[in-house]
Design a binder for this molecule. Structure first.
Ligand code: AMP
Length: 125
């Protein structure tokens, strides 16, 4: 089921539970603004999710309402994780699904970071 990015934040979404430590995750990186962890169902040899620690439903909510420090911290962290994972030289892909047409399933902003093999053309199906 996909989500409506305009709905209020649901504090019981799965990534909120991960941030509260209520369910486990395989952490790649953490700082004051973000948590990065391996996707539970990887779609590439490297598939990491980067999420802000603040309660933002989607990229739309985040870019409209987050502070400059949160936005800067998040963007820098995505680049940092990719560098730390050795993905800059071979290359990688970032993806953020937003709302129904974007296919977003978890209503807490996340950027997918894919790598580890040539990823082909952008959109299938
Ligand atoms: P999206 O369709 O963009 O909302 O992507 C949600 C992603 O979250 C999917 O790639 C799922 O495999 C991933 N996911 C769901 N639950 C977990 C979890 N507990 N730990 C790590 N990744 C998860």
């Amino acid at each position: 089921m996909t989500i409506d990015p305009r709905k209020p934040y649901d504090p019981d979404n799965i990534f909120a539970k991960i941030l509260r430590g209520e369910i486990p995750n395989n952490t790649v990186y953490e700082d004051e603004h973000v948590l990065a962890f391996h996707d539970i169902a990887p779609q590439a040899p490297v598939h990491v999710l980067v999420i802000p620690k603040g309660a933002y439903v989607s990229w739309d909510d985040f870019t409209a309402n987050a502070s400059d420090a949160e936005i800067g911290g998040f963007i820098r962290a995505v680049g940092h994780v990719a560098r730390e994972m050795g993905l800059v030289e071979p290359g990688y892909r970032l993806l953020a699904n937003i709302g129904h047409d974007g296919g977003q399933e978890v209503p807490h902003l996340h950027v997918h970071l894919f790598g580890g093999k040539p990823l082909g053309r952008m959109i299938a199906g």
